[in-house]
Design a protein around this ligand. Structure first.
Ligand SMILES: Cc1ncc(COP(=O)(O)O)c(C=O)c1O
Length: 385
């Protein structure tokens, strides 16, 4: 059997119909949207095959299909955290967890803090819930990133109601250190605010970093925080539609208990099945896949140093996304456009991640090392023209 943690060949990937493979023609290497090129974890594949064989394609309500217990034991084993299965709910995806949480936490026009550069839909999800975005960019001293705690404190003093945190952080692959999260929770608590912590990339934290679930940092965080979790990034299940609201205190547990049934009802049945199996039986595959990702992280550094030394790159410590500083190439504010046109490499457009994204682009390296090598070679060739 082929190695399930080795990326699929391009000709096979091009038969996929997901966004990554449907958006561009065969002349383009797609390295933009956060989908991985590895085969599904074998236990997930088997469970989905069985569901198809059974015609198990009906409604999900009311059971959670074992997902809450599966997530609790996964969180226990990976992060030493045992969230209560009784304080969770499922819905379609992490974006819906964020919007449905915010709908219940803010009033019309309330400001919610984001820390750019950050996952672009955050700029849309807050308005979708009726709020306004207040950007307090991450601090960056050129070597490490950090939350601008003083800036967040000021934002609250000026009326912000809460923080939409990306933990670990997309696009930087930055894993927020515990002490900063503790300090954040003190500030939020002092202002009577909330934190919605998007932790979708947490299972992909690299072996040289340590992920801290926001709800564990203090009693206050447990009370004023709500976490969005999912197996969809770690196991490449985005199309199956399943994510979790995770809470640890009475205030947010009440919010989750009072969600309309319809919010849970929209969860995908295949998503529930795949999520439970991923969290329980997919650990070995995940470890192998993470090793492949970490290998590519190193390879990307070596390739850039050799072929495209003008590009700025700091190794991420979570997930498979590289935030490339391409300002020295002279490709303008949105270098991904030039990369697509001139190098036939599709990167995610930096400016969509906030103003700090001008001159940057994000590259997805969850692919075969040969594809990654070709992508950097194409970018280098275009840069040398
Ligand atoms: C930080 C972050 N949140 C949410 C999502 C989207 O998750 P979902 O498909 O579950 O809405 C992504 C996808 O890449 C992401 O990077």
């Amino acid at each position: 059997m082929a190695d399930p943690t080795r990326a699929e060949p391009l000709e096979r990937l091009r038969r996929r119909t997901s966004e990554k493979w449907a958006t561009y023609g065969t002349e383009v290497l797609p390295m933009f949207v956060a989908e991985m090129d590895y085969p599904l974890a074998p236990p997930i594949k088997a469970a989905l095959h069985e569901a198809v064989d059974l015609g198990d394609t009906g409604y999900v309500y009311p059971a959670d299909h074992g997902v809450f217990d599966a997530f609790a034991s996964f969180a226990q084993d990976l992060w030493g955290w045992h969230p209560s299965p009784a304080m969770m709910a499922t819905t379609t995806d992490v974006s819906v967890v964020i919007v449905e949480s915010l709908r219940r936490l803010i009033g019309p026009g309330d400001a919610v803090v984001v820390t750019s550069p950050v996952y672009p839909p955050f700029f849309d999800l807050i308005p979708e819930a009726g709020g306004t975005v207040l950007d307090v960019p991450l601090l960056d001293d050129g070597a490490r990133y950090g939350l601008d705690l003083a800036g967040i404190d000021r934002a609250f003093a000026e009326g912000a109601r809460g923080v939409l945190l990306c933990n670990p952080h997309n696009p930087l692959g930055h894993v927020h250190p515990r002490d900063e999260l503790v300090a954040l929770s003190d500030i939020v608590e002092r202002h009577g605010g909330f934190v919605v912590s998007d932790e979708i990339h947490a299972p992909l934290t690299h072996t040289d970093a340590s992920f801290t679930p926001y709800l564990t940092v203090s009693a206050a965080a447990a009370e004023h925080g709500i976490a969005a979790h999912s197996a969809s990034k770690a196991f490449n299940l985005a199309g199956l539609k399943c994510a979790l609201f995770v809470t640890a205190g009475e205030r947010m547990a009440r919010l989750v208990r009072h969600l309309p049934d319809e919010v849970r009802f929209r969860t995908g049945l295949f998503g529930l099945i795949a999520t439970r199996v991923g969290f329980t039986e997919g650990r070995e595959w995940l470890a192998g896949t993470l090793a492949a990702i970490e290998e590519n992280r190193r390879l990307l550094g070596a390739l850039l140093a050799e072929k495209l030394p003008q590009a700025g790159y700091r190794e991420p410590h979570a997930s498979y996304l590289a935030w490339l500083d391409l300002r020295a190439l002279g490709w303008g504010d949105d270098p991904a456009r030039v990369a697509r046109r001139e190098a036939k490499v599709a990167l995610a457009n930096g400016p969509r991640f906030g103003e700090r994204g001008n001159g940057f682009a994000r590259l997805n390296f969850a692919c075969d090392p040969a594809v990654l090598t070709e992508a950097v070679e194409r970018l280098a060739a275009a840069a040398s023209v």
